[in-house]
Design a protein around this ligand. Structure first.
Ligand SMILES: [Zn+2]
Length: 90
């Protein structure tokens, strides 16, 4: 049996027309949270600008380690208002 990961997400991605969800991820290098679209792999360090493509970056182009943000990460960074939805996935 695989361990389940709990993912928090903000809203549907505006770039790929709602096909992807903007997941809250922790950038393990910068120790900062960012939004990561599960579908188009776009990322935003500022959630307030997640509607704007030019404010984002392509996560595949950047060399860093990241993982799903935990509740503790979210509380520490004050991102509670972006942790609107969640789901479990293997
Ligand atoms: Zn997307």
């Amino acid at each position: 049996m695989k361990a389940m990961t709990h993912y928090y997400w903000y809203k549907a991605c505006s770039i790929c027309d709602g096909q992807g969800r903007l997941l809250l991820f922790m950038d393990l290098f910068r120790k900062e949270l960012y939004l990561h679209c599960e579908e188009c792999e776009c990322g935003w360090r500022d959630p307030e600008k997640a509607e704007r493509k030019e404010a984002g970056f392509l996560t595949l182009d950047e060399d860093f380690e990241a993982e799903a943000a935990t509740r503790a990460d979210i509380d520490k960074c004050g991102w509670q208002k972006y942790a609107v939805n969640s789901f479990d996935k293997e």
